[in-house]
Design a protein around this ligand. Structure first.
Ligand code: ADP
Length: 705
């Protein structure tokens, strides 16, 4: 071609238009083809066009393009033509925008001249193959370098073209700049790769199903979860793998979700693993919608929670086992306490009755031993029940008004014999700023203080015990008190000081053999203190003595206590007229004891050995009061009371009924009073307690007694 370009001009003095034509022919890569074209133009186009060309007003190419010129030059794509050598014979002006070159700079060059070497090499091979067969080609992507060095991607399409004799002349075609599109495509590929990586490496099983329930996609995690390769699973329906119980749930819920176009979150279902076992999978999914906004399937992810679920179930089973063990313990305690209390009532009761009998000193000693052991056993049972109630939160606090001074002096009075026996001195010091009238559960405060004082006496062989009450904090309505009991006894080693508050814990030096006790007192005391919103604190040194502080918040009471409240807790003797009493009690020994106590007070007693007999007796005779055992054969005390109260709705009368129960664990006072009983006595009880309850129940009835 270079040789051809160097050819000498054969007609040096041609007019401008012909010179141009001559130039076009000579500079053409294929002058022969040019001449053919020229002849065609002469033959088919108007003479005037040729004249235009000869006069230099338009180029021969303009003439050739004719009325397509405007179109070719204005389309966004770059239009070109190459000859059989691959040299550009025509390029539309759009080349300037794409590659930055003027068309004249490009003519005579090949497309490969604008490509980086490696790319040129690649495209040349592809193109050679196409050109050999004179095939058209479409959308051949190739990278080009622009005039200023940038790389752009062109998409080239071309068709071979031939002269009228069918001779191959080259290719004509278009190039389109697809750099932007390629960038987008590249971004798309990158994000697709990213997504694929996530899908491949996710610890969740990611899936897609269509509306027939068929799996259309699954990531590889499926293998770990259910033992299947994704390929094995595609096409399978989810319901083949679901646990039958869960399948029912899915069949119920899924249609609704589909109709509402909703997904789900955290749905736990059991899937069958390839090995036959079931796995708990927690699933979340969203519906796939088509262009018409209809649900066509679901895509989502599942996570294996079998281990968590198994642990949860084990925990639940353990909790249930613990709960039922606890219930069994409660039941056992209730049963045992009932069984122990019933005979104990007799022992304590008859022991008490015998005290007034004429006994020899020897017999008196035996009786004392029986009475002491009976009381110890009764208090142990109370302690165990209290502890059990405190542990299960069944201990109730009942605040009432009381005098602190009275409470403490009574407390010390109950311990007088033990204090005297050990020759100890007890000092009470109540600071002057401590209010005397207070509101709190005096019985529980007494119980705690009694335990602390009892211990102080127990573990002190000589010296003194100081009871001090002081105010820690005070507001208009409330006061925080420190009630301390300080002894000069054996003391408690530092390392045991926390330990002794645990059930059955005792300091080795304070063994049961020497001092008695079961190691429950402090545990109960602390529980009670906490229940009352307070605490118990200890200061002690071995051999120096101990100080226990009960710190509790109490309400201050303005004014004075009513007569009735002040009298509460005092032992009373029966002073009223004799009563006609029905005693419903199935245990003959117990009923014998109670009957004797009541008859000694001057009352008339009729015994009924079960609930049914009690009702019959009540129908036949009028009574002032009934003592009703709860646990009775044929009809329980509760059932009898129910019938009595129902009948009273018709008769308009009201019988006073006192409940007797050995089930102190579950039957506390409040429960029975709420049931409609007027009074409550927990077995074993002393004659004094029976009288007190009679007085309490009968008194409010008025002046007739
Ligand atoms: P108990 O006195 O029935 O053994 P407690 O729970 O009341 O049970 O007391 C637990 C242990 O704490 C006692 O066994 C004893 O070792 C120790 N303890 C309690 N109070 C004192 C005290 N005032 N002095 C010395 N040791 C005490």
């Amino acid at each position: 071609m270079a040789d051809r370009k160097k050819q000498k001009r054969p007609f040096p003095n041609l007019p401008e238009g012909l010179k141009q034509l001559e130039q076009a022919i000579l500079s053409s890569v294929d002058p022969e083809r040019m001449l053919v074209k020229l002849l065609n133009i002469v033959r088919s186009n108007s003479e005037s066009k040729l004249t235009e060309a000869i006069q230099g007003e338009s180029t021969w190419r303009d003439i050739e393009l004719g009325h397509f010129k405007t179109l070719v030059e204005s389309v966004n794509d770059w239009i070109w033509e190459v000859d059989t050598f691959g040299l550009y014979t025509y390029v539309s002006p759009r080349i300037k925008d794409l590659l930055g070159y003027e068309p004249s700079e490009v003519l005579g060059k090949t497309p490969f001249d604008f490509m980086p070497d490696e790319e040129a090499e690649r495209v040349r091979k592809v193109f050679a193959e196409i050109a050999r067969n004179r095939h058209p080609f479409y959308a051949l992507e190739n990278i080009n370098r622009t005039r200023n060095g940038d790389l752009i991607v062109l998409e080239t399409s071309g068709v071979p073209y031939f002269d009228s004799q069918g001779r191959f002349l080259g290719y004509q075609g278009v190039d389109r700049d697809i750099t932007e599109r390629m960038k987008v495509k590249d971004e798309l590929r990158k994000s697709k790769d990213k997504l694929q990586n996530i899908l491949d490496t996710s610890s969740d099983w990611i899936w897609e199903i269509d509306l027939t329930g068929q799996h259309i996609y699954s990531n590889p995690r499926l293998l770990d979860l259910l033992g299947y390769q994704p390929d094995e699973f595609i096409g399978k329906k989810y319901f083949e793998f679901l646990h039958s119980e869960d399948l029912k749930e899915v069949e119920e819920i899924l249609p609704r979700l589909i109709s509402e176009k909703k997904g789900w979150h955290g749905w736990v279902l059991r899937w069958r693993h390839k090995d036959g076992s079931y796995r708990y999978l927690e699933s979340s999914a969203k519906p796939i919608l088509n262009a018409l906004n209809e649900v066509v399937g679901y895509s989502g992810s599942d996570r294996d929670i079998t281990e968590r679920k198994t642990n949860e179930m084990a925990l639940l089973a353990a909790t249930q086992a613990a709960e039922s063990a606890n219930q069994a313990k409660d039941l056992f305690l209730a049963k045992m306490s009932h069984e122990i209390r019933t005979p104990l009532t007799t022992i304590v009761g008859f022991g008490e009755l015998l005290e007034d009998a004429d006994l020899t000193p020897e017999q008196k000693k035996y009786l004392d031993a029986i009475n002491t052991s009976g009381s110890a056993l009764a208090s142990l049972i109370n302690d165990i029940l209290d502890l059990s109630k405190a542990e299960t939160g069944k201990l109730a606090i009942r605040p009432k008004s009381f005098r602190l001074q009275t409470l403490i002096s009574k407390l010390v009075a109950t311990q007088e014999p033990q204090i005297e026996a050990k020759n100890l001195s007890v000092h009470i010091h109540i600071n002057h700023d401590v209010p005397d009238l207070l509101v709190g559960d005096q019985l529980r405060i007494q119980q705690v203080l009694l335990n602390l004082l009892g211990n102080a006496i127990k573990y002190t062989d000589k010296g003194s015990i100081n009871i001090t009450v002081s105010v820690i904090e005070e507001t208009d309505l409330r006061v925080l008190l420190d009630l301390s009991i300080k002894d000069t006894g054996i003391g408690i080693p530092k390392d045991l000081q926390e330990h002794i508050f645990k059930p059955f814990a005792q300091a080795p030096g304070a063994g049961t053999n020497n001092h008695g006790g079961f190691g429950l007192g402090l545990t109960i005391s602390r529980s009670l203190a906490v229940l009352m919103g307070g605490s118990i604190r200890l200061e002690s040194g071995e051999g120096v003595g101990s100080t226990f502080h009960l710190v509790i918040p109490l309400q201050k009471k303005k004014g004075s206590l009513s007569e009735k409240t002040c009298q509460q807790g005092k032992s009373s003797l029966w002073t009223g007229p004799p009563l006609n009493i029905l005693l419903a009690e199935d245990n003959p020994v117990n009923s014998q004891f109670i009957k004797i106590v009541l008859e000694n007070m001057g009352h008339e007693v009729t015994v009924a050995e079960n609930g049914k007999v009690a009702l019959d007796t009540l129908n036949a005779k009028t009574f002032d009061l009934a003592l009703m055992d709860i646990q009775m054969p044929v009809m329980t005390g509760q059932d009898v009371l129910h019938v009595i109260r129902e009948l009273e709705k018709i008769t308009g009368k009201r019988l006073l009924v006192i409940a007797l129960t050995a089930y102190a664990l579950i039957g506390d006072q409040e429960k029975y009073l709420n049931m409609g009983f007027d009074g409550y006595l927990s077995k074993p009880f002393k004659a004094k307690e029976l009288v007190n309850e009679l007085v309490r129940v009968v008194k409010p009835r008025g002046p007739s007694l």
